[in-house]
Write a protein that binds this ligand. Structure first.
Ligand SMILES: C[S@@+](CC[C@H](N)C(=O)[O-])C[C@H]1O[C@@H](n2cnc3c(N)ncnc32)[C@H](O)[C@@H]1O
Length: 197
């Protein structure tokens, strides 16, 4: 068994043991531990939230007085929790006004959106870039001053330009590869803090 595969199996097993529906929860937990992205009582937007492991993590982290709004066009697969609001919708069609009805401002906007891969790199990269742009637009419309941002991206011709756009809007911005991401993967996250500061 190759190392990457055995590492993936390890995290899948670990997620199962803790009742998370996806191992990607460990990516968020790692980024949050390192950069303190979410805290008690926050309102958080989670784009591409299904099957729901980030939602579970966030629900616990923000607590009963916080709110977590998840958006995905697929169903989630977790037990209901009072502080989670799920919108079954295409993210590209989400309007800030609908999200403002839940909370006028958000302390964090996160995206783990992944397009259905076609295998045609140009096409997949363009969709991913569109998802990142949409995430940044929603962040601009919804984030409270000082708010935080996490956005999944594939290394591509669009990543440098998008990073520049993120840097212009936040006081801190970084590209980050999680430990669980396979070495050969082009996936990484933009992490940014201090919106509008
Ligand atoms: C890697 S999964 C997210 C895993 C999630 N963070 C978790 O921990 O359970 C990526 C998600 O993006 C969603 N997605 C992709 N394109 C979308 C779109 N246009 N609108 C809504 N959801 C989308 C997929 O349905 C999928 O559930």
């Amino acid at each position: 068994m190759r190392l990457n595969e055995s590492r993936r199996n390890y995290y899948t097993q670990k997620a199962k043991e803790k009742n998370f529906p996806a191992r990607s929860v460990f990516k968020l937990a790692e980024m949050d531990k390192k950069y303190s992205l979410v805290k008690k009582d926050d309102a958080v937007l989670d784009l591409g939230c299904a099957p729901g492991s980030w939602l579970m993590y966030l629900s616990e982290k923000v607590g009963p007085s916080g709110k977590v709004v998840g958006v995905d066009f697929q169903d989630i697969n977790i037990d209901p929790r009072g502080n989670i609001i799920f919108l079954k919708q295409d993210v590209l069609e989400v309007k800030p006004a609908d999200l403002k009805k839940v909370s006028p401002f958000y302390q964090a906007v996160l995206s783990d959106l992944s397009p259905r891969l076609t295998g045609l790199a140009d096409k997949d990269d363009a969709v991913m870039a569109e998802y990142c742009q949409k995430t940044l637009c929603l962040a601009e419309a919804l984030l409270a001053r000082g708010g935080n941002f996490v956005c999944k991206m594939f290394e591509s011709e669009f990543s440098a330009g998008f990073f520049q756009a993120v840097k212009e809007r936040f006081s801190f911005a970084k590209r980050y590869r999680t430990r669980i991401t396979p070495k050969r993967s082009r996936e990484f996250y933009f992490i940014a803090k201090g919106f509008g500061c």
